[in-house]
Design a protein around this ligand. Structure first.
Ligand SMILES: CC(C)(COP(=O)(O)OP(=O)(O)OC[C@H]1O[C@@H](n2cnc3c(N)ncnc32)[C@H](O)[C@@H]1OP(=O)(O)O)[C@@H](O)C(=O)NCCC(=O)NCCS
Length: 159
């Protein structure tokens, strides 16, 4: 697996991976109406361009196949882990763990004291495994569907 920064030419592949992750992996925790609201098909690339612009985004790529995107993480320099998604074809192989590890290392270098995220029902056990704890449960509405999520935090040691 190779981890590299996002560039504009990755836009469609990232939006598609997100869509595949929701309609593939999230099928265990979200019904069809929720999945459609969370990840409309096809993805709107204009929305995605604006969504990714303020973020640092790292991609995990198959080392053997440069077209094979395995996952991505999007974060902000204040410690916010905003987007964390793995392709259904690459789930439970440590892709998200490696991506988060890279983002965490970069944020430590910047002197960030705490990571924070809003984890989905699927993200919660993943982030817990990475040392995050739940601060509060939240209920949000997105495109007419209701979602339960968890505000989670992880304190970082000084570099
Ligand atoms: C959550 C997600 C990013 C995890 O990606 P991943 O690459 O499969 O995660 P990893 O392989 O690095 O998992 C590391 C550990 O996290 C935990 N974990 C990951 N996915 C899990 C799941 N679905 N259920 C329970 N624990 C899970 C496990 O402890 C796992 O270790 P193990 O496989 O040895 O048991 C991925 O399932 C995903 O994209 N889900 C759909 C979208 C989503 O909800 N994203 C999170 C938004 S906050």
């Amino acid at each position: 697996m190779r981890i590299r920064p996002y560039s504009d030419k990755d836009l469609a592949a990232v939006a598609q991976l997100f869509t595949d992750a929701i309609h593939g992996l999230a099928v265990t925790h979200y019904d069809e109406a929720q999945r459609k609201a969370w990840a409309p098909q096809p993805p709107d690339l204009g929305i995605w361009e604006r969504r990714l612009k303020p973020l640092k985004v790292l991609l995990a790529q198959d080392a053997q196949n440069s077209d094979g995107l395995l996952g991505f993480v999007g974060y902000e320099e204040d410690g916010h882990i905003d987007l964390m998604f793995t392709s259904p074809l690459a789930a439970r192989r440590g892709v998200a763990s490696q991506l988060l590890g890279r983002a965490e290392a970069a944020l430590r270098e910047l002197g960030v004291a705490q990571l924070y995220t809003e984890a989905s029902l699927l993200g919660q056990p993943f982030f817990a495994r990475q040392g995050f704890t739940v601060k509060e449960e939240q209920h949000i509405e997105l495109r007419g569907a209701q979602f339960r999520r968890f505000a989670m935090v992880k304190a970082l040691d000084k570099p």
